[in-house]
Ligand binder design. Structure first.
Ligand SMILES: C[S@@+](CC[C@H](N)C(=O)[O-])C[C@H]1O[C@@H](n2cnc3c(N)ncnc32)[C@H](O)[C@@H]1O
Length: 249
C-alpha cells in the first residue's frame, strides 16, 4: 500500500468523530447501501456456520463483525490502529481473531474455507503488489475454498458511467445526499479528514485490462476464476465489480 495512503488510514482512524462507514472509505450517502454488502458477500462466498473466514484489510469490521454471527470464526488482518479500533467495537466477541499489520509482511499459519478482500486492491501501490496480495491470500485458502476479491474500483467503468446521462443524475443525487449530512455538521467523506494531509499516494489503477489479467493469470495457475456483477444498489455498485477465485478440491 502506498505510504501516504497508509498514513492517512492511521491518521483518520484516530479521529473520534469519524463514522465507521466513512472510515471504510465510503461516503455518508452510502451508509444505508453498505448494509446490502453484507448479504451480497454471504451469497457470493456461500458462507455457512462451519466456515472459518479470513478478512484481509478488514477496516474496523463493518463486514467482519456481522459476518462473525453466522460463521464459525473470523480472522481479521489490518493495520494495528484499525484493529485496536475494531476490538473496541466488539470487546466480547469470542470468535474473532486479529492479525495486526501489513498483510504483505505478516505471517499467517492458518488455512481458511473462505477469504474476503473487499474494497482494498485500489489502495495498493502497483500491479506487482496486487498480484502478491492475491497470491499470498490463495496460499491461505483450503482446497475447495473461495476467495472473493470484491469492490474493484474499475476506472474504465467509472469513465463510462460518470460521463453518461444516468451517471450525471446519480452524481447529482450523491452530492445532494451528502450535502444533507454536511448541513448537520457531519464530515461526509474520508478526504474531509485529510485537509492538512497529503492525499494522493501513487496507487495502482484498476482497469479492464488489469481485471482480465488477474482472471487469466490465476486461471492459468490452476484456479477457477470468475468476474461477477455487483448489484447496482451497492455503494459504487454502478461501477464496481467482483472477482471470485475458487481453489480446486
Ligand atoms: C476502504 S477500506 C475497506 C475496509 C473493509 N474491507 C470494508 O470493505 O469495509 C480499505 C482497508 O484496507 C486496509 N489495507 C490496505 N492495504 C493493506 C495491507 N497491505 N495490509 C492490511 N490492510 C491494508 C486499510 O487500512 C483500510 O482499512
Amino acid at each position: 500500500m502506498s505510504e501516504i495512503v497508509f498514513n492517512n488510514f492511521g491518521f483518520v482512524s484516530a479521529c473520534d468523530d469519524i463514522d465507521y462507514t466513512v472510515l471504510a472509505g465510503r461516503c455518508m450517502s452510502e451508509k444505508g447501501m453498505e448494509k446490502r454488502v453484507f448479504r451480497d458477500v454471504i451469497f457470493k462466498l456461500n458462507l455457512t456456520e462451519n466456515d472459518k473466514l479470513l478478512e484481509i484489510a478488514s477496516g474496523t469490521g463493518n463486514l467482519s463483525i456481522p459476518i462473525s454471527f453466522i460463521v464459525d470464526s473470523v480472522s481479521c488482518c489490518n493495520y494495528d490502529l484499525l484493529i485496536e479500533k475494531m476490538k473496541n467495537r466488539c470487546p466480547y466477541a469470542d470468535n474473532i481473531m486479529y492479525y495486526p499489520g501489513n498483510f504483505l509482511k505478516i505471517s499467517i499459519d492458518e488455512q481458511y474455507d473462505k477469504i474476503l478482500i473487499y474494497s482494498v486492491l485500489h489502495y495498493l501501490e502497483n500491479e506487482r503488489e496486487v498480484f502478491d496480495f492475491i497470491e499470498k491470500a490463495l496460499k491461505l485458502l483450503k482446497k475447495g475454498g473461495r476467495l472473493l476479491v470484491g469492490d474493484l474500483a474499475n476506472a474504465d467503468n467509472e469513465n463510462r458511467f460518470y460521463n453518461s446521462q444516468k451517471g450525471k443524475v446519480w452524481m447529482e443525487k450523491h452530492y445532494k445526499d451528502n450535502k444533507q449530512y454536511g448541513n448537520n455538521g457531519q464530515k461526509v467523506s474520508f478526504s474531509e479528514y485529510l485537509v492538512d494531509m497529503k492525499k494522493d499516494g501513487s496507487c495502482v489503477k484498476i482497469t479492464n485490462e488489469l481485471i482480465f489479467k488477474i482472471l487469466k493469470k490465476f486461471r492459468e495457475k490452476g484456479y477457477k476464476t470468475y468476474l461477477m456483477e455487483q448489484p447496482s444498489n451497492l455503494p459504487c455498485g454502478m461501477t464496481r465489480e467482483d472477482i471470485m477465485i475458487v481453489k480446486y478440491d
